[in-house]
Write a protein that binds this ligand. Sequence first.
Ligand code: ZN
Length: 221
Amino acid sequence: MKKVFIFLGPPGSGKGTQTSRLSDKLSIPHIDTGSLLRKNIEDKTQLGIIAKGFIDKGQLVPLHVVSSVIKERLLKEDCKNGYILDGFPRSIEQAEALASILEETGEFTLKNDAMAVYFDVDTEILVQRLINRRSCPNCGTIYNLTSNPPKIMDYCDICDTKLVQRADDNEQTARARFETYERETKPLYDYFKQLGILKELDADKPILEIWENLKELIFEQ
Ligand SMILES: [Zn+2]
């Protein structure tokens, strides 16, 4: 069975839910690059301090720093049986960096031990889901005007406050976000496909069904 999982999917594709399930099922850690960096910064590790220097200047943390943070994490004992990577790699350059990290850590290789799972979902459906999302500014309850509407239009069922739409849930922002995702993911999709480690998962389905299909992909190996 494969040991290293790379999940590729747009925001709202249910990738997060499936990551938690798989992490529990296989007892392997879920490595989310964003949280990992934040943790290093919080703990003031050597790499965290370097990363913070870039962030404070309003710059992106360079790939060699991110790679070092990831490498250090992958060398920990709990990664011996595998792990799920989230948020990394996001580009070919990062995928190549990952290949070198794996070579250096010596445990797994991309070609033999990794599986990239592409969460295939109609982004138009995700855009509609986002632009129909409303939340209560008072109690935080989330509604969806089509799939989970409040009983009284625009008012919270629980506390009767007028619902709001988050600024980044407007159509233009939502579309821009998915366009960025597609632009970033397409080259990775091709890269993993060429390596022969890409699996596609139809993610336009209920959570449980996606989970069953994901298990089939993983355990049939
Ligand atoms: Zn409320």
